[in-house]
Ligand binder design. Structure first.
Ligand code: NCD
Length: 363
């Protein structure tokens, strides 16, 4: 008999198929006990299990925002709000993920995303392992699969992965039976960034429905924009992609308006979302000169003056001050860039908490 059996992988599992719906709901753990003394707590836990934990815990992975239905996105944002309250307490730690181990598996440089996942996991009392490709056996030629199997053998509960290859988190999901969270794969997706951006906009603008956001700059290479488009459209926002034709992908989702003239777009927007020129992903020159790009697309004080008075300026970081955004704009009261970083911790706490499915400890 051949091994692996026909149609199965090395572990006897069926091949990966992105169209396969998420697994059946995880068994809901029955809450027992209920003496007079803890009846209220028991009832609270039951209510929580019925209404909240079940949806996300059954999913186990967060690979892109279209994995999430509208209500789930809403629920993550609501949970993040509770965690942002925790972050204002003098003691910022809750025991929710005590005994769980989370690994940050980063094959690309990162400051904000890696640190905020680490802070988020630690504030939930999880143990955190940090894997950085440049200081690991990857340098000796180890494959993603062998690294993944090593982590599985160590019994980690969640893998947070950033990888230069689009699709890498989907491969991990196939190889691992633990929670996988996409922290950015190539030019493809960055779901937690999209969620934290929604959270920031909602906190600063109130409702999102009917609001207009323009993503400005290097959309072609931006996983932030790709996930952001989907998330904003799902929330009923109007989305404009503003870039020179050479920095736009050949496909933008239906519902996204494409524009090349930033000055024309400015007065229509509630949010200006500025993107970095991703030189590390560019194989050829996409515009004649940096000076020309700056003159047409940099968000400077003069352009900010043409925008709506209360416009929100966002940037996922890292910023190249003086290129896509003028330094004074990055420091202006319109800028929500540090709010985005704070939201990143709260949203990632919510995602970890909901995906790892522990209702213990509470917020
Ligand atoms: C972005 C990324 O890595 O995709 N940054 C981030 O996650 N905060 C955007 C970028 O690198 O420009």
């Amino acid at each position: 008999m051949s091994f692996p059996p026909p149609g199965r992988d090395f572990y006897g599992r069926l091949p990966f198929d992105p169209m396969v719906p998420p697994p059946k709901p995880a068994r809901v753990r029955e809450v027992t006990g209920g003496t007079r003394k803890n009846r209220a707590a028991t009832e609270k836990a039951r209510k929580y299990q019925r209404e909240e934990v079940v949806e996300l815990a059954r999913r186990r992975h967060l690979l892109d925002v279209d994995d999430l239905e509208g209500e789930e996105m809403e629920h993550i944002l609501e949970t993040a709000r509770s965690f942002s309250e925790v972050m204002r307490r003098p003691i910022k730690k809750v025991p929710s993920l005590r005994g769980k181990t989370v690994v940050n598996l980063f094959y690309e440089p990162s400051t904000r995303t890696r640190l905020s996942f680490e802070v988020a996991a630690k504030r939930l009392s999880a143990d955190v392992l940090n894997f950085t490709a440049s200081t690991s056996s990857v340098e000796k030629g180890e494959s993603l699969k062998d690294t993944a199997l090593t982590l599985r053998a160590m019994g980690v509960d969640a893998v947070i992965v950033r990888h230069p290859a689009a699709g890498a988190p989907w491969l991990l999901r196939r190889w691992l039976d633990v929670c996988v969270i996409n922290a950015g794969d190539g030019m493809h997706a960055h779901p937690t960034q999209a969620l934290l951006d929604l959270f920031t906009m909602r906190e600063r603008l109130g409702g999102l429905e009917g609001r207009t956001i323009a993503y400005v700059g290097d959309i072609l290479h931006s996983r932030v924009a790709r996930s952001g488009f989907k998330a904003c459209l799902a929330m009923g926002m109007r989305v404009i992609a503003v870039a020179p034709p050479t920095l736009l992908p050949s496909f933008v989702p239906p519902g996204v308006e494409v524009q090349h003239d930033l000055d024309e777009v400015l007065p229509r927007c509630d949010v200006l979302y500025i993107l970095r020129i991703q030189k590390e992903r560019q194989t050829e020159g996409r515009f004649p000169s940096l000076q020309e790009y700056v003159s047409l697309y940099q968000l400077n004080m003069e352009r900010l003056g043409k925008a709506r008075p209360g416009v929100l300026v966002m940037h996922p970081g890292p910023m190249n001050r003086g290129v896509e955004i003028a330094s004074e704009v990055a420091d202006a009261p319109h800028a929500a860039i540090t709010s985005q970083v704070a939201a990143g911790v709260a949203v990632r706490m919510a995602v970890l908490f909901l995906l790892l499915g522990s209702g213990e400890g509470g917020v």
